[in-house]
Design a protein around this ligand. Sequence first.
Ligand code: IPE
Ligand code: IPE
Ligand code: MG
Length: 257
Amino acid sequence: MSVKETLPQPETEEELKRRIDPARLPRHVAIIMDGNGRWAKNRFLSRVEGHRQGINSVRDIVEIAAEIKIPVLTLYAFSVENWFRPKDEVNTLMKLLVEYLRKELERMLKNNIRLMSIGDEAGLPPEARKELRYTIQRTAGNSGMILNLALNYSGHQEIIMATKQIARDLQAGKIKEEDLDEKLFSQYLFTRSLPDPDLLIRTSGEMRLSNFLLWQLAYAEFWITPTLWPDFRRNEFLQAIISYQGRERRFGRIKEE
Ligand code: IPE
Ligand code: IPE
Ligand code: MG
């Protein structure tokens, strides 16, 4: 017997797809794309090369998510804290964003993907902002998957922004204090039109939220992989979905008999 016959073979994409129950897909998958820098360092390359390679994973994951009909995919692309990285790296990330949007527009239109973004758009460099606005507008009529990019995003800032607007609306008499509940509060967040994520994926093994969707992830299932973002591709995404479908979500209740 050859070694090949004795070792369990990794499942193919088709096999993985067959194990997914289309009736129980997460409505919203959020991903903290982490590990570009480490991927590059392992290869004695500059961090920027890691980000460049990371774009290929973005393409792959957007494509497979749309293919299996995930309704909403949110990608954490740039945090408010990421401005504190070296200027060169920040500039490259912004340049890559513009490049990605330009290159992907055709494919988004072809795949019926609608782009949206969350975060402080006004704080983005003018060119990135302009390209983002343009792509959002061009894909606005699409009815397939929503690709939501978190750009210049901070969970704390989002909650403060919401709270300030609520204070103004209370003062103006637009809402009443007794009406303020979780549902109304959610309407003041960037994600107002979206369901909360059912599944959070983080690559590169870090066990933290890094200020991502703090309100919205209250009951999300977590799936953390040591794989670095540039190595995270279609099959591993499918594995995450399969793992999610095997979970028992209790929402504080007890298992139904
Ligand atoms: C994620 O990779 C990309 C962004 C945060 C924009 P990192 O650049 O954080 O990679 P590591 O964590 O240094 O490996
Ligand atoms: C989170 O990754 C932000 C993004 C993926 C855009 P970081 O690499 O910035 O997070 P920390 O610094 O490890 O918490
Ligand atoms: Mg990181």
